[in-house]
Ligand binder design. Structure first.
Ligand SMILES: Cc1cc2nc3c(=O)[nH]c(=O)nc-3n(C[C@H](O)[C@H](O)[C@H](O)COP(=O)(O)OP(=O)(O)OC[C@H]3O[C@@H](n4cnc5c(N)ncnc54)[C@H](O)[C@@H]3O)c2cc1C
Length: 395
């Protein structure tokens, strides 16, 4: 069967679901294609976001928010601990599957049509359209294609857009019977713990009895992911909270990093993880992806109104999202470069140095997981002696 629509969105994740609803609410015919049977499954996320996400999607926090986080204990390779925050709510823990389903439900209510179990297998640009084929043998012709199809985006490849510069590998689980402080996340760094990134334990209820545990590592880490994951349960810093835990659900996934130089082509845009719109310091992609989805929908609606899907019109999307969050993501890659260059000994040294009251106060005051550059600016202004500690990569 051949179907015509104004916009075809590939991917029923948060960015695809949200952008589809924004465009459909203007009266355009929008189709969402999702390869899986169910939205939000399989789970590939730790589910930690800021309240800015709910400001964007304009949906109620209840019942999606499971817990509220006030601070973090950051553990160095040798077990020095830096405690930050603790004074006010800084992040929300969400039921990620439910979050994705709520976004899609809202989009469908606004008029978007959802096609589950429809993997897009090809996309062909014609003179003024894009023609898609799906695994369910649906043929679709659209004026504009939005690729929100995740880290290994097929749409990005078909249209020969640049690839992210780096991919992190992640593994995690939902666990019960923990004895955690419900207000704090535990973060662990070190080359034997999570080479090239970090590990986390996030309490998912306000009693600290359930949690998400996981880690991400860089590509080509010396051991397989499973090795680091099983070691995490034995880590001496956190093992006392995890004595009798039971794994109830496993998860895994890929995080793409490194801003792309081009996120558009004639009749197409890419969005979210497909465009590596992800914070390189935390791996969080929900907030930046949704922020970019707002720019994506406004440019798409403008193009539909003018019936103009040329490069000249669509490149506005790239300019808008770059001006909004591009610099923060670029700086995030610079911070990541510094982080990757640190030895375990240096991480121990910095975490010990950061334990001073003056520095923890600055971190607690200016720390913002969505905008880490704000903290870096204030830290260097108020504690310039830290410059001496920076490794040679940026000096
Ligand atoms: C281990 C891990 C932990 C994370 N933790 C956090 C966190 O705590 N906070 C945070 O903000 N972010 C986190 N992230 C990142 C976050 O999950 C992503 O940034 C976010 O899901 C991106 O949303 P998206 O809509 O762009 O892509 P996705 O959520 O990846 O959605 C893409 C969708 O496209 C579908 N699809 C792909 N190809 C096709 C095709 N050919 N046809 C049809 N459908 C297709 C997929 O099935 C999927 O449903 C984490 C990621 C990982 C791997």
């Amino acid at each position: 069967m051949r179907k015509d629509c104004d916009v075809a969105v590939v991917g029923g994740g948060p960015t695809g679901g949200y952008v589809a609803g924004k465009i459909a609410s203007e009266g355009y015919k929008v189709a969402i294609f999702e390869q899986h049977k169910q939205i939000g499954e399989p789970l590939n996320c730790a589910g930690l976001i800021t309240s800015r996400v709910f400001d964007i999607i304009n949906l109620p926090e209840t019942p999606v928010v499971q817990n509220k986080i006030k601070g973090a204990h950051i553990h160095s390779p040798s077990g020095y601990t830096l405690t930050i925050g603790g004074d006010k709510v800084r992040a929300l823990v969400i039921n990620r599957s439910m979050f994705d389903r709520e976004i899609i439900k809202n989009s469908v209510e606004k008029g978007a049509e959802l096609f589950l179990e429809n993997k897009v297998i090809s996309a062909q640009k014609t003179k003024n359209h894009v023609e898609l084929k799906t695994s369910k043998k649906n043929d679709i012709k659209c004026k504009l294609l939005i690729g929100a199809d995740g880290p290994h985006s097929k749409i990005r490849d078909i249209f020969a857009l640049p690839n992210p510069t780096e991919f992190l590998m992640g593994m995690g689980a939902e666990i019960t019977d923990t004895t955690l402080d419900p207000d704090f996340v535990e973060i662990l760094v070190g080359k034997n713990i999570a080479p090239g990134f970090f590990a986390w334990v996030i309490p998912t209820n306000d009693r600290g009895t359930e949690a998400r545990i996981g880690l991400c590592v860089r590509e080509n880490a010396p051991y397989q992911l499973g090795h680091y994951f099983s070691n995490l349960f034995k880590n001496k810093v956190i093992s006392s909270y995890l004595k009798n835990v039971e794994i109830t659900k496993k998860m895994g996934g890929i995080i793409p990093l490194g801003v792309l130089k081009k996120t558009y082509a004639a009749n197409m845009l890419i969005l979210g993880d497909a465009a590596a719109q992800v914070k390189p310091t935390s791996g969080g992609g929900i907030y930046p992806g949704l922020l970019c989805a707002n720019h994506c929908s406004s440019v798409a609606i403008d193009a539909l109104q003018k019936n103009d899907f040329t490069l000249r019109t669509l490149k506005k999307y790239h300019k808008l999202w770059s001006a909004d969050i591009g610099k923060e993501l670029y700086l995030g890659m610079k911070f990541r470069k510094i982080f990757k260059s640190l030895t375990d000994e240096q991480m121990d040294k910095y975490i010990k140095k950061f334990q001073s009251e003056k520095i923890t106060k600055i971190i607690s005051k200016y720390g913002d997981v969505d905008y880490p550059s704000k903290l870096a600016k204030h830290l260097l202004k108020k504690a310039p002696s830290l410059i001496k500690l920076l490794p040679n990569v940026i000096k």
